[in-house]
Design a protein around this ligand. Sequence first.
Ligand code: UDP
Length: 336
Amino acid sequence: MKILVTGGAGYIGSHLVTELLQQNYEVVVVDNLSTSSEKSLENIKKITNKDFKFYNCDIKDIEKMNKVFQENKIDAVVHFAAYSLVGESMTTPLKYYDNNIYGTKCLLESMIENNVKKIVFSSTAAVYGEPKQVPILETNETNPTNTYGETKLAIEKMMSWCDKAYGVKYVALRYFNACGAHPSGLIGENHNPESHLIPIILQVPNGKREFISVFGDDYNTEDGTCVRDYIHVCDLADAHILAVNYLLDGNESNVFNLGNGVGFSVKEVITETEKVVGEKINSKMAERRAGDPATLTASSQKAKDVLGWKPKMNNLNQIIATAWNWHKNHKNGFED
Ligand code: UDP
């Protein structure tokens, strides 16, 4: 089976490419390297001892994408290529509409033109916005509170209309808080600027910041800080492979939440990180961050029942240990 991975050099994409190669799939990566590093592709080859085709190409370049599809007989696409910083999406919304929505429109166009009609899409819990109940089910209302989530929801809808019109079958995977790194320590999270909790906490023991700011301690949660559902990137990769096979087996389009179902507060994550690194991590209370719901946890029962997904890393300490194993040797991401 030959799988095209857009954004395959990025954080979650690189973990999927690794897992696909280890399970003997043929892989073609398309990435414009705008927010990722080609070094991640080199490291995937080191981990797996396998090779794959790489096209330095923007998914908006339909001519080039048609060539990719013509040169490779693709069975299914897994689509990660997108901007994913919530804060940035609020200050430069049109950049997100262009890259995420228009980019996916172009990708779908070249898929349809080349008769490739199966796509697994990297969606997000941000499509739900402020939840009325937790754990969140796929049937809950979708009402994004930021541009990033809005663009991902628009893409889900675009795929659904393309299913009706052209028979494009899709699976949208709505991730909760993706975190951790490959056990090899050779690939991991590398955002610029970094905005995610665990990498930011780890910048303290790495000597890159003096303290972590805790965004709000007056939420309606046990210790007053926000509660999130942290899910390991390798478990996410597993879910994508199951979703690819679900589509290859001829199943209908579908949407799945991916989370551990267990919530941890910001304070709990800091305490657990102190245990992993073996030192005190300074923190300071700060204002709430705009648009942060108090608690976000997933019901992933549907992914378990329908896809047969079983997250393996459900212990926060173990998850943070894999992140530390990556960040301590890559203080400046792939530049180290
Ligand atoms: N957070 C924080 N300090 C930081 C970064 C994040 O207190 O420097 C909190 C944030 O308010 C949220 C949680 O950590 O409650 C997870 O944030 P992240 O940006 O990692 O993911 P999100 O839940 O926004 O997708």
